[in-house]
Design a protein around this ligand. Sequence first.
Ligand code: 13P
Ligand code: SF4
Length: 374
Amino acid sequence: MDTSSFETDLSLFKYDDLEALPEEYRELTEDERTERIEAARAELGDDVVVLGHNYQRREIVEHADFIGDSYQLSKEAANADADYVVFGGVTFMAESADIITDDSQSVILPSMEASCPMAGMAEALQVDAAWADITDAAPDENIIPITYMNSYADLKAFCAEQGGLVCTSSNAHRAFEWAFERGDKVLFLPDKHLGENTAHRLGLEDSTVEWDPWDAEGKTAEAVADADIVLWDGYCQVHERFTADHVAEVREDHQDVNVVVHPECRREVVEAADVVGSTSTITQTVEDADPGETWAIGTEIHLANHLQRWHPEVNVVPLCGDACMDCNAMRQIDPNYLAWVLEELVEGRERNVVEVAAEEKELAQVALDRMLEI
Ligand code: 13P
Ligand code: SF4
């Protein structure tokens, strides 16, 4: 098959300067690796801070100084005064950390292959083209673009330039309110489910329209003109997997079960759940549960597994059992990579540094600062 004519210009792997893991790190046992990571950390002391997103493997979060959701971690990155921020997360999170931290600090993503597919669903060039169509459809209205944190820096910069901002799953409703205080309409990218769930939270569910950038026929100027919220047609494949049937089944299988889900889940799943929130809300919900309570977790499987381990007094069950997915992007952060990048830092070599281009950085910072202020 000749693949040379395939369109490969998708930003699934935004950084193509991936450095392969040296051979000697491939065969480490967990004990050897732990010893080496701890030794490197002791040597580096306060020069390094390790951040671990809630979806990272146990072997990563065990070495993290801070574990949290993407909002909490962006704040930790902003507060860090270490020379090196090693980010156990995905590319867009490391980019945001680079934007927020000082120029003298380096942000390191242990493996450059950790790219969130949803972030790749809204490319800045594609958004530029859509923006022209959307603004044409509503020429007298002030449209404010909001991008979910799960997007690349160039899109964050675009939002700042057009008077918009960034949000995470824990502050999307506040970002929408901020936008409606300043404009007439919101374009929300790239996650249509978070957008729809936020519209419901604000009572604007009857005034949304989906924007499918791949479907020219679907772009009806009239529908855009009538809506308050235009939802970019992106989604997370890990969270789209959950269905309302999973919620019904878990309620049948477990007496008195409570269900908590992430707002990247489909609307009907969120409606059927008891609690909806970011990964830190999910964590807090289980932390606050009484011993013996049962909680079904509708998010990435590693967080459900951490919660089971961290709270043995609570009965934690994954919402769709063995069918629950792990995030392939998050999984790329292999703990052997963590050992490698830390030992390289001890030797004075920086590997897999994420550096946002200067022209994007300044504007993207404006969009992130607006978020940190709401
Ligand atoms: P949080 O902002 O809730 O940590 O979610 C990040 C994410 O990637 C969810 O899929
Ligand atoms: Fe992206 Fe979904 Fe993975 Fe989150 S869980 S990083 S949205 S693919």
